[in-house]
Write a protein that binds this ligand. Structure first.
Ligand code: SF4
Length: 502
């Protein structure tokens, strides 16, 4: 090897260009080091290593949002359900704005509209008046009562307020008015967790409030987690092919991606969402599949403990191994055979992986997102021959760590793992390491531009591209779509003209 090794044994582009003759072999991918100029001229390398987020009291560029948001997401997946947020208007406005940015759909969320006096005297008056207005004006079938930081710190007695509210309404209008409405109280003090935990708590709260055991039924429960309407449609497609009856809690496929059909009567409710009777019946199912362990696992565990409905928790069915695991368990629990069409879909994905292996193999990837999605993506990129170099989740999760290490050990990789770390720390590693591709959400867009590493958008939130909510990345067909995104992004980045390396 004529070139002098530099940069901890790695070769720069200049070293390679200086070679009189390019060796056919002898330079490993690991030895190559492409120095990147930051796009922003003002950018300066930090003088010293940044303090890991686990050792800081401040979060810079957080990869999570507040807990009530997850509970609101879950609630809008129920037919004719309106979330009632026991807090200030900002705690509602920000989630509504986020829903609009991601799903481009209107979402009705009521608020107790806390002000200074509420912080002193508590939220009882606002709650009772708010629930009365909501029922009279909007006639919801379900109200999800969602607390926030302030109501939890004040110590609002939500269960007591709800009893009082029902008593007052019945006294004023008669018992019929509250017979028509179901309530679930979801405690979501944002300082103890993220949107992921909010969804998780909502799953447990709705099932505790509504599910019953009567006559066993040959169907399964699916708690999908915070995946897209397109993902839920893909899960329904798999269930349909296997001829399996199901209840999907929380089904946002036709509430957050609803067909626009006129005229719309007021008060407006999308036609989709999980029906109350189906939730009540969830105690009678053969099994519960929580596709995202951290977002919905609590609901599956409750049904198992209370009604002996077996809980099948994760992993998210993306790629070959995880989707196989899901389909195999579905077949075992229901006694239904795996449909031939599903076997074909699997074969098409494997064929697509084989066709593109020379583009994906050896590429180093940085992944960041919610724990269940980041863990599933990690395994999928391993299946594609890519190396998960840095994997981060904004929400701390034991299962995330276990899943990522299981995949990494299996494929003999040692990724840098940021469990509950912020995107600032993750970004720093991207700039230090040689990374070919970023798989993350829209919050990584600026990091991608500055580090000049292409980004494939996946997970939550994706707000700077349209259509992501309609696309699936779960199941064999969804993974095939994700594979195409990954490969086409690599082709664009590594072979920007039409002379593809075949
Ligand atoms: S962090 Fe707390 S105060 Fe802020 S929006 Fe979320 S719930 Fe409201």
């Amino acid at each position: 090897m004529p070139a002098q090794l530099k940069l901890n044994g790695r070769l720069t582009i200049e070293d390679l260009n200086a070679l009189t003759e390019m060796p056919v072999e002898g330079i490993t991918y690991d030895q190559m080091y492409i120095e990147k100029e930051p796009i922003c001229p003002e950018y300066k390398e930090p003088d010293q290593d940044i303090i890991p987020s686990s050792k800081r009291t401040v979060v810079v560029d957080p990869g999570r949002i507040c807990m009530p948001f997850g509970a609101m997401w879950a609630s809008v997946g129920i037919h004719k359900c309106i979330p009632f947020v026991q807090g200030a208007q900002g705690c509602t406005t920000y989630p509504r704005y986020t829903f609009s940015r991601i799903f481009r759909e209107p979402v009705s969320i009521a608020t107790a509209s806390f002000h200074e006096d509420t912080a002193v005297f508590g939220g009882r008056k606002n709650f009772i008046e708010g629930i009365r207005n909501l029922i009279i004006r909007y006639h919801p079938e379900v109200i999800a009562i969602i607390t926030v930081c302030s109501s939890e710190i004040i110590g609002d007695d939500m269960e007591g307020y709800l009893d009082e509210s029902i008593d007052e309404l019945e006294e004023e209008f008669g018992p019929e008015i509250t017979d028509e409405v179901k309530f679930a109280i979801i405690h979501t003090p944002s300082f103890t967790g993220s949107h992921v935990e909010g969804y998780n708590r909502a799953a447990a709260a709705f099932l505790k409030a509504l599910a019953k055991r009567s006559t066993p039924e040959p169907k399964v429960n699916i708690i999908p987690g915070m995946i897209t309407p397109g993902d839920i449609r893909e899960i329904k497609h798999i269930l349909r092919l296997m001829d399996i009856e199901s209840t999907i809690l929380f089904d946002i496929s036709e509430t957050l991606d609803c067909p626009l059909r006129l005229p719309q009567t007021m008060p407006y409710y999308p036609k989709g969402g999980t029906r109350i009777n189906d939730i009540v019946n969830m105690g009678n199912s053969l099994a519960t599949f929580a596709l995202c362990p951290d977002a919905g696992g609590a609901g599956a565990k409750y049904l198992e403990k209370r009604f002996k409905v077996p809980a099948m928790i994760g992993p998210m069915p993306m790629g070959i191994y995880n989707t196989d695991f899901f389909i195999k368990n579905l077949a075992e629990r229901t006694g239904k055979p795996v449909a031939e069409e599903i076997k074909d879909e699997r074969g098409i994905l494997i064929d697509a992986m084989a066709d593109t292996f020379h583009y994906t193999m050896g590429r180093r990837v940085a992944i960041y997102g919610d724990p269940d999605i980041a863990a599933a993506v990690t395994r999928f990129v391993c299946e594609l021959g890519m190396e998960p170099a840095i994997v981060g989740s904004g929400t701390e999760s034991k299962q995330f760590v276990e899943e990522v290490w299981a995949a990494a050990h299996e494929y003999d990789y040692k990724p840098i793992l940021l469990n509950g770390g912020d995107m600032f720390e993750w970004e720093d590693y991207i700039k230090k390491e040689k990374i070919d591709l970023i798989l993350s959400n829209s919050k990584a867009a600026n990091i991608s531009k500055e580090a000049k590493v292409p980004l494939v958008r996946i997970g939550f939130p994706v707000y700077d591209r349209v259509g992501c909510q309609r696309r699936a990345t779960v199941g064999y067909r969804g993974s095939e779509y994700l594979l195409d995104l990954i490969v086409n992004t690599l082709l664009e980045s590594k072979f920007p003209d039409d002379r593809l390396q075949q």
